[in-house]
Design a binder for this molecule. Structure first.
Ligand code: ACO
Length: 373
């Protein structure tokens, strides 16, 4: 979707986003073809190699990831220091991301970074909550192992499927703000670890990856169907944004909403809590109507975070882990973009249109006019 504020940052063969038609495809596969059907490892392989793997290729790729999951002791030391200072999860993960390449040959960084990322998030979550980290298990898939490292319980198949659907759905999305940050960094001939550390910084902001926590809070605070319209109107009247709505690319419903809503429905059905799911559906319906009144012509619809937050909540992930889990999902996408940028690199250096004054003259400090206030 292009408007007067859109800048074309480059070309990619990884994922395509059609904001007017509401379509997202990964390497040409509509997201609806992949989500709920492929494991995270398969989706990562597809992104990196351009084709879905056959069984031996998948087994080799998944095995290579599984064997690289353990963190370097220095990463754990840093996480312990962050937990002692009660550093927020995305800040600690951003700091520790810089250590993910410790002890590696540079060629091994892409695979190891993706393999270690869930271990980093789970270890920090446990340390922050006063528990020792749980060592990764090489016999579990990427998603099941992530969930296992959070609480030491083997997750049931429904929970793994729900979270895997989320991770696959979020694996890549054109040149989003965080992906752009990664590509800018790698384009200076910096390295993959530095690029991903930069991407994490871009992801944590509430306008990008930081939205799902506030989105869930908004739905839970509304609490019951009779309060939906009143609460949403009140929020808009106070000049606040409705979290989980609006998108820079999509002018229709974000296509990821469909797959995530279906996965969320299955989770809430299994938990016997259809009230929360039904409330969210109603919030979406009313919010879209009120946003059309509030910002006519803007075409503000539900974005990925609306159903992502609902799905993760239903799958038992605490809200503090929503953005870190988004980073777990996007790690393979960020790396894929770094590799693509490296293959045909030209430094990304956009220009600005200068709008300030010109031709000013230096004045000695004693002659400068006092500043008001
Ligand atoms: N609620 C109320 N008003 C909104 C919303 C919203 N959710 N989204 C946009 N608007 C309004 C803005 O106030 C603005 O109005 P104005 O032109 O009168 O000032 C207009 O619509 C356009 O808003 P922009 O911020 O310029 O649009 P942009 O395309 O840059 O915004 C964004 C996209 C940042 C996602 C925005 O829709 C938003 O803040 N949404 C809420 C936060 C959110 O859900 N973020 C997750 C995005 S998905 C992702 O990053 C993975």
């Amino acid at each position: 979707m292009q408007d007067e504020l859109t800048t074309i940052a480059g070309h990619t063969q990884l994922s395509s986003v059609d904001g007017l038609a509401g379509r997202l495809a990964i390497r040409g596969y509509p997201i609806e073809e992949l989500a709920g059907r492929v494991a995270y490892e398969e989706a990562a392989y597809l992104l990196w190699h351009g084709e879905l793997p056959d069984a031996p290729a998948l087994s080799a790729f998944a095995g290579a990831l599984a064997s690289r999951r353990a963190l370097h002791p220095a990463s754990l030391e840093l996480l312990r220091a962050c937990a002692a200072e009660r550093v927020a999860p995305m800040d600690a993960i951003g700091m520790a991301a810089g250590t993910l390449g410790l002890g590696l040959a540079p060629d091994d960084a892409p695979m190891t970074l993706v393999a270690r990322f869930p271990t980093l998030v789970a270890a920090y979550w446990r340390l922050l909550n006063g528990h020792d980290p749980i060592a990764p298990r090489a016999d579990l898939g990427h998603t099941a192992n992530y969930l296992y490292m959070l609480d030491g319980q083997l997750p049931n198949a429904g929970r793994v499927k729900a979270v895997e659907t989320y991770l696959v759905t979020l694996i890549d999305h054109g040149i989003s703000a965080s992906t752009f940050a990664a590509r800018v960094i790698i384009s200076t001939q910096s390295d993959v670890i530095a690029a991903v550390a930069g991407a994490i910084g871009a992801l944590k902001g509430p306008l990008h990856g930081g939205a799902p926590g506030p989105t869930l809070r908004m739905v839970l605070e509304i609490g019951s169907p009779d309060r939906v319209e009143f609460c949403l109107r009140d929020r808009l009247a106070r000049g606040e944004r409705l979290m989980g709505f609006g998108h820079r690319d999509y002018k229709v419903r974000d296509p990821r909403c469909g797959v995530l809503a279906a996965a969320a429905e299955a989770v809430y059905q299994a938990e016997g809590d259809m009230a929360t799911y039904a409330l969210a559906r109603q919030v979406e319906e009313v919010a879209v109507r009120l946003l059309a009144e509030h910002k006519p012509g803007r075409r503000l619809c539900a974005n990925v975070e609306f159903y992502a937050s609902l799905l993760m909540h239903g799958a038992g992930l605490p809200a503090e882990l929503f953005t870190p889990t988004f980073a777990v999902a996007r790690a393979a996408g960020w790396v894929a973009h770094c590799l693509e940028q490296q293959r045909a690199n030209r430094m990304l250096q956009p220009q600005t249109v200068y709008t300030g004054p010109l031709g000013r003259r230096w004045v000695p400090i004693e002659q400068r006019l006092p500043k008001a206030g």
